[in-house]
Ligand binder design. Structure first.
Ligand SMILES: C[S@@+](CC[C@H](N)C(=O)[O-])C[C@H]1O[C@@H](n2cnc3c(N)ncnc32)[C@H](O)[C@@H]1O
Length: 268
């Protein structure tokens, strides 16, 4: 679990009552998170993001009319954005399924109800894609970093309809711990620790990778029915999780699959 020493909250330069209210609500919410030591509200005045960082290096969440943005540094903000997911959704319309969805389609019927645990929410794109592709899925989206958890879940809440929101739970925890406590909920566990897909330090994924603590993986082998792992083809995780690595010669991103025969399984 990541801990945060301090976070500052502020509004866009052009502010209004609604943005102030969002800052106050976020203050109350983040203050009650035991993994954040200090939360403070700063007046934006006309300060640029660079000027905000000149006086204090701690992360800032800026509340804008289109959702909150998290800055660990003045350069690249982290926020929920559909970007590549939109492309994948358009490809689906032409019956071209993204690999994760294709794998899920082989595991169970598209209309079937099942629990999908996204242990590494990050930008939330895979959680969004699964929610969008399976009308009866329930998604548990877990993120260990309290600030990333906050901005991405708040951003996603704006992008999802009320009905779809009923099918997703946002959880700020280390997936190892959450899964040990909730193994009965885990039909499919999905893990994507992979940052290698973008080596560009100047984009959002590069920025995210700089602010994440890596942690040890526990033995979760009895805690799920199916594990889908996405990782760099050379990643030691395939061995560590004892998954079958599906080779894709043209890509550095490989997927792995492991199925357990658990009692009372609804999927096997
Ligand atoms: C590569 S990103 C995932 C990207 C994501 N699949 C998407 O669609 O945007 C990995 C994320 O997993 C989180 N993470 C890594 N280890 C974790 C753990 N043990 N528990 C919860 N989250 C974890 C990191 O903080 C990071 O935000």
């Amino acid at each position: 679990m990541n801990t945060v020493t301090k976070v500052r909250l502020t509004t866009a330069v052009k502010t209004n009552a609604s943005l102030y209210k969002q800052v106050e609500d976020a203050f109350d919410m983040l203050k009650s998170n035991l993994n954040i030591k200090d939360v403070c509200i700063v007046e934006r005045k006309k300060l640029t993001i660079t000027q905000l960082f000149a006086v204090d290096q701690s992360p800032v969440i800026v509340f804008l009319s289109n959702g909150p943005k998290l800055y660990f540094s003045p350069r690249v903000p982290i926020y929920f954005h559909l970007d590549t997911t939109k492309v994948k959704i358009n490809m689906q319309k032409e019956n071209n399924q993204p690999i994760l969805i294709d794998m899920l389609n082989h595991i169970q019927h598209p209309q079937q109800s099942f629990h999908f645990v996204d242990g590494t929410m990050g930008f939330g794109r895979d959680s969004y894609l699964v929610l969008n592709s399976f009308p009866n899925v329930v998604v548990y989206s877990i993120e260990q970093n309290p600030l990333i958890h906050f901005v991405i879940s708040e951003g996603m809440k704006r992008a999802l309809t009320e009905d779809v929101l009923k099918r997703i739970y946002f959880i700020n925890d280390d997936y190892n711990h959450w899964i040990k406590r909730n193994s009965e909920k885990v039909n499919i566990l999905y893990l994507d620790h992979m940052f290698e897909e973008t080596m560009n330090p100047d984009d959002r994924m590069g920025e995210l990778s700089k602010h994440i603590n890596s942690n040890k993986c526990m033995d979760l082998s009895n805690s799920y029915e199916t594990l889908i792992l996405k990782a760099h083809y050379k990643s030691p995780l395939f061995k560590q999780f004892n998954v079958f690595q599906c080779i894709r010669k043209s890509s550095k991103t490989h997927y792995g699959l492991r199925r357990n025969k658990r009692k009372n399984s609804s999927l096997i």
